[in-house]
Design a binder for this molecule. Structure first.
Ligand code: NDP
Length: 277
């Protein structure tokens, strides 16, 4: 039951009403018996700093931050973790006991955790990341911190590819689609495949023994992941990243690690119910 002592967390974004985060976080709060509630706040573009002022004033314990506020919020918090400082974006804010607001980026670490949960260790791997947007940059930064050996970035816009590859320092380079067969791990970080059967590249380039990770999670079994399974590659879906970045957020807010299986089951049930609506 929500009472006067219930701690409040939520997501700010625009648009935000489609967010799966309330379902995921509330399921884990309930399973752990925590007196917390998580909701969604529609915040107009440009309103990120005002939302943080409201967070302080209202004592909102934690916020998730999604488009278009990630950069504004990074500029408005009091302290940044190393990944947020490198990316200049924040997806998680913690109201600390001293009143300061701390910004974190859990997308990249969530991606690495989703690989490890699937028994894939990225350290030493040759990786091709297709895409160079915000999600790709988080993943590239985290792959470098996880000591991936080579990180090749392939993107439609060459200038964005160069900026993204630079995040991996001497381990990063801009490449071509033809680099895919030599990779141990191939990551789709474009939005291609979202709500469609399109694939981001010719899946004839995939080979047996590779790991193929898709950040797209709607549909859960994207055409890319189905093709990966068909050639004997291992498929890692995008819901794992969404869940594991939420695990890290909740740990930052509450100090307790939530159960990823509870979060995933809630997200899957919500996706099924949305398909039926
Ligand atoms: P951005 O808009 O920042 O980047 C989109 C990327 O996709 C760019 O590299 C863009 O290329 C590329 N792209 C889009 N359309 C095309 C096209 N028709 N042909 C070639 N390239 C294309 O988006 P994000 O990085 O924020 O998100 C990317 C995807 O990752 C989304 O589907 C999002 O839902 C998903 N995501 C999943 C998360 C998870 O937890 N699983 C977390 C965050 C995001 P260009 O640079 O040339 O425009």
């Amino acid at each position: 039951m929500i009472t006067a002592t219930t701690r409040v967390a939520g997501v700010i974004g625009s648009p935000v009403r489609h967010s799966l985060s309330p379902v995921i976080h509330n399921a884990a709060f309930a399973a752990a018996g925590l007196d917390w509630v998580y909701t969604a706040f529609e915040v107009v573009p440009g309103g990120g700093a005002a939302a943080l002022a409201a967070m302080r004033a209202l004592g909102i314990a934690g916020l998730s931050v999604t488009m278009p506020h990630k950069e504004d919020v990074a500029a408005a918090v009091d302290v940044l973790d190393p990944a947020s400082a490198a990316l200049r974006t924040v997806n998680t804010v913690v109201l600390q006991p001293d009143g300061r607001l701390a910004g974190y980026s859990t997308d990249g670490p969530g991606f690495i955790a989703s690989l490890r949960a699937a028994d894939v260790e990225p350290s030493g791997m040759r990786v091709v990341v297709v895409g160079a947007g915000a999600a790709a940059r988080s993943v590239i930064d985290a792959l470098r911190r996880a000591e991936a050996d080579q990180i090749t970035v392939v993107n439609r816009s060459a200038d964005r590819a160069a900026v993204a590859a630079a995040l991996a320092g001497r381990h990063g380079r801009v490449g071509e689609i033809t680099d895919i067969p030599a990779a141990d791990l191939v990551v789709n970080a474009t939005s291609i495949g979202m709500g469609s059967t399109e694939t981001p590249f010719d899946t004839g380039l995939l080979r047996r023994g590779q790991v193929v990770a898709d950040l797209v999670y709607h549909p859960l079994h994207t055409a890319l992941l189905v093709a990966a399974g068909d050639v004997g590659a291992r498929a890692v879906d995008g819901l794992g990243m969404l869940v594991h970045q939420a695990v890290l957020q909740q740990e930052l807010w509450t100090g307790r690690r939530p159960d990823p299986a509870v979060m995933r089951a809630a997200a899957e049930a919500e996706l099924v119910s949305r398909r039926q609506r």
